[in-house]
Design a binder for this molecule. Structure first.
Ligand code: BMA
Length: 321
């Protein structure tokens, strides 16, 4: 199995999450049409890695593109966006869309599932599709009614059902937002909607007091589901996006066992502070190898970056929050 991209914690640092020194790994102009490439998903695939990338074009239209990498660092992203076709048995309208952004990707049972924010009927909701090979892509029904964003699937069924986080929202930049969880027996009909976490009450943990949303696919550990998520504070110059973590009960992930009060990563470097939307770190994917975890995040809505951590250290840190 290909090793994940990895760098040890810099000497002298005691950060629980540290940045890859060669960030950003994907520049905004990496394909001919792109204005920016960020908030993207990567998975193990074949002998290496594949990904689904959010590339906004020079009209600043949002769409998602497939890409491939041998080492997880250097990526070949297709120059044309993914064309989904309605999956066999689906109503052809499921493949209609106005825009697509912020993809997540996960292997469940026999295929890679992709979720993203899907412009459907002019409104954002959670698009769902799958692929076996990152060449052909099939779309199924949107998971929820608009308005919704940050749909993130768990990597396995729980109690027989598929499970997905989402964040009910509005048609704009949404000055509120909780993480909810829903279940489906068939990836079409979603229900049993339950609240998982709300923003914190100001000033307990101010970086996450405006809204929160799910990030990468949850990681199964012996102690619970480890989830990285984004939290937002409204400052006098706009939203600031940071990353935190929580540990959720394995059988009932609506139960929050531990939650970060400090952030794990906040916009601080030039590539996180300067970009199309300043001060954004937006985690969307992880690769793991034993205890090592590499997090892929979008920086300033402009480029793709990596950070690293040890899963066991994040869990120990969470227990002290
Ligand atoms: C959200 C989405 C994200 C983006 C974030 C910060 O509404 O558009 O893709 O990273 O805003 O601009």
């Amino acid at each position: 199995m290909q090793a994940i991209p990895w760098q040890e914690r810099p000497a002298g640092s005691d950060d629980i999450v540290w940045r890859y020194s060669e960030n950003p790994i994907i520049d905004r102009y990496s394909i001919p049409c792109s204005n920016s490439i960020f908030n993207s998903a990567v998975v193990r695939f074949g002998e290496g890695f594949a990904g689904v990338f959010r590339c906004d074009n020079k009209r600043v239209q949002m769409n998602i593109f497939a890409g491939f990498s041998e080492d997880g660092i250097h990526w070949n992203i297709n120059h044309e966006p993914i064309q989904f076709q309605a999956a066999p048995g689906q109503d052809p309208i499921v493949a209609e869309h106005l825009y697509k952004y912020d993809p997540r990707c996960v292997w469940i049972e026999d295929r890679y599932w992709i979720t993203w924010c899907n412009g459907f009927g002019g409104c954002p909701t959670i698009g769902v599709g799958y692929t076996f090979d990152f060449k052909e892509f099939f779309q199924v029904e949107n998971a929820f009614l608009p308005f919704n964003r940050n749909g993130v699937l768990f990597p396995e069924r729980i109690g027989g059902n598929y499970v997905m986080f989402s964040r009910p929202s509005d048609s704009g930049h949404t000055p509120f937002g909780d993480i909810w969880i829903s279940q489906s027996p068939d990836m079409t009909f979603w229900g049993k909607h339950r609240l998982v976490m709300k923003p914190t009450a100001f000033p307990d943990s101010a970086w996450q007091c405006t809204k929160i949303g799910a990030g990468p696919v949850p990681l199964k550990t012996e102690e619970g589901w480890l989830v990285f998520y984004h939290g937002v504070i409204t400052t006098c110059s706009g939203y600031r996006y940071s990353m935190g973590a929580a540990l959720l009960d394995l059988e009932d992930p609506t139960k929050v066992l531990y939650r970060s009060m400090e952030y794990l990563l906040a916009a601080a470097t030039q590539y996180e502070l300067d970009g199309d939307v300043p001060a954004v770190v937006f985690p969307c994917a992880t690769l793991t190898e034993g205890d090592k975890c590499t997090i892929y995040y979008g920086a300033a809505d402009t480029c793709v970056c990596m950070a690293h951590c040890y899963i066991s250290e994040v869990i120990e840190w969470l227990k002290k929050q």
